[in-house]
Design a protein around this ligand. Structure first.
Ligand code: ATP
Ligand code: MG
Length: 497
């Protein structure tokens, strides 16, 4: 006998059930409408990508890449085949190199030497060396390597990959793209933090880094938040410099941090080495007075970055967009340059960031594409919707317009027919699949929250009429089919049932 087992959604994932799912659809639909009014178009991306795409773009030292990614080996897509000749070994170069970098080949000095040999010395190799390499490849094959793939933790890297892959730089104007969908990060689940969560994001990729682009992206974001009633938000803004000024600032910061290292906690101490900017992110109370005294990037921007930031602020003022400057806003991912921003909302406790974004001018090039400027943001849908629910600005849920209370076999064909017509007219209709007693039928209509019960007994069927009962006040009238359709349609147009 098989054991009975109850399955549950995996920790950090959840089902979004009705009626909440309507709220989600409305939220995402509104984003599409607002973004399309700014001439952004949707891009649909794969849910998983080559692991290295994320490692390279997001940065191996970030939390996302170092501990939060869902990575697995896609067996059956073997990198290193059965090479018979040195030539074939050479052809599997990239695969071997990638496997080494992803630490999927045992990281011994001996293997490192072999990998380097494959990568550099193949062409002028001796017979002896060649046969040693072939033996090594046989060993690699025994490891049964597959492609390393990762469930996307974010989508900017994928958008850039697609931009390069489809030569979008050759298209007229900037590429203005938006996406909607799930992301995956292995984090500790809590309110507003899940392992499968949802983002709506937008990106502009092209040749220009005009501050007006940054401003329009922010205007679009705020327009969307206003449209969905997420109005009590704060936009934080910063500029983190570019490759000309940031390295000097980071070196200066690192130096200062070393001076105060003994007063910092272990996480911050580690970051002094791995990612000094991230120390500024610290929320640890004891570290706050120390961080306040650290040098600020705004005092160390190069002229071009300073001018870009000043112009951006002018552009925001022109659009009436309120913001707060926050010099500590550095963002977690490595690829940002210049403009960075974050939006927080109410009703969320400590996970209160509902959107993060910024400029990433070097990213496309880093991924092997042409020099390209880029800026974008990602909205966390889970938290935004939570905030909308908690601050009470959610729209009324979808309403069932008509429950068809049919009785008797003679009424049934008329019930099927009118249900189809009402649905075609855009109304939500419930047609009970089996005959119900009158009282039970109206009781269910009530419990389902139907606006109307359409009563259809043998009398009505015989006279080709319908009795429409409004459930809120029991008002009732008898109508012909045409009158009924006209009445419900005009009501739908007026009240959006
Ligand atoms: P946080 O600081 O809250 O971890 P983040 O900087 O990691 O956020 P981003 O990578 O900027 O987040 O993603 C943009 C938005 O996506 C966040 O502002 C947040 O609303 C949402 N988000 C990020 N991670 C999660 C998660 N695990 N669960 C739910 N929403 C998330
Ligand atoms: Mg995070």
């Amino acid at each position: 006998m098989t054991e009975k087992r109850q399955f549950r959604a995996i920790k950090g994932t959840r089902d979004i059930l009705p009626p909440e799912s309507s709220l989600w659809n409305w939220f995402e639909q509104t984003a599409r409408e607002v973004f399309e009014s700014y001439n952004f178009r949707e891009i649909r991306l794969p849910i998983f990508e080559d692991t290295e795409l994320f490692a390279r773009s997001i940065g191996v030292e970030t939390d996302v890449v170092s501990k939060e990614m869902y990575t697995f080996e896609d067996r059956g897509s073997i990198h290193v085949g059965y090479p018979q000749t040195v030539d074939e070994v050479i052809r599997s170069n990239d695969a071997v190199k990638a496997a080494w970098e992803l630490k999927r080949i045992p990281q011994t000095p001996e293997n490192e030497l072999r990998v380097n040999l494959i990568n550099h010395a193949c062409k002028s190799i001796s017979d002896e060396g060649a046969s040693a390499l072939l033996r090594f490849v046989a060993e690699l094959h025994a490891l049964d390597l597959g492609d390393s793939v990762t469930l996307r933790p974010e989508a900017t890297a994928s958008v850039c990959r697609a931009y390069i892959e489809h030569n979008m730089h050759a298209l007229p104007g900037d590429a203005k793209l938006y996406y909607v969908g799930p992301m995956f990060r292995r984090e500790r689940p809590q309110k507003g933090r899940y392992r499968q969560f949802y983002q709506i994001g937008a990106e502009v990729l092209g040749q220009s880094d005009a501050p007006a682009i940054d401003a329009e992206v922010l205007e679009m974001l705020i327009a969307f938040f206003n449209r969905v009633g997420l109005t009590r938000t704060t936009l934080y803004l910063n500029s983190i410099g570019d490759k000309n000024c940031r390295p000097d600032y980071v070196a200066l910061l690192q130096n200062e941090l070393l001076n105060v290292a003994d007063k910092l906690g272990p996480d911050s101490q580690r970051r002094i080495e791995t990612n000094p900017l991230r120390v500024l992110d610290s929320k640890i109370p004891e570290e706050q007075p120390i961080i306040e005294k650290l040098p600020r990037i705004s005092d160390h921007l190069c002229d071009a970055c300073r001018e870009h930031f000043a112009k951006l602020k002018e552009e925001l003022n022109l659009r009436g967009i309120k913001y707060q400057e926050n010099w500590r806003l550095v963002r977690g991912l490595d690829y940002y340059t210049r403009t960075t921003f974050e939006v927080t909302a109410e009703g969320l406790g400590s996970q209160n960031a509902v959107c993060g974004g910024g400029r990433y001018d070097g990213l496309v090039e880093l991924l092997g594409g042409p020099p390209t400027k880029g800026i974008g943001f990602a909205i966390g849908s889970d938290r935004s919707i939570l905030s909308i629910q908690e601050t009470g600005s959610a729209p009324p849920p979808l309403v069932l317009s008509v429950f068809i209370a049919w009785m008797g076999p003679k009424a049934y064909p008329a019930a099927v027919s009118i249900a189809r017509k009402l649905r075609a007219a855009g109304l939500a209709v419930e047609l009970p699949p089996e005959e119900m007693k009158f009282k039970k039928s109206l009781g269910l209509a009530d419990k389902l929250g139907a606006r109307y019960a359409l009563i259809l007994g043998e009398d009505e069927a015989a006279s080709n009429t319908f009795t429409l009962k409004r459930l809120s006040d029991a008002a009732q009238k008898t109508l012909t089919e045409n009158e009924l359709l006209e009445y419900l349609e005009s009501e739908r147009r007026g009240t959006r049932a």
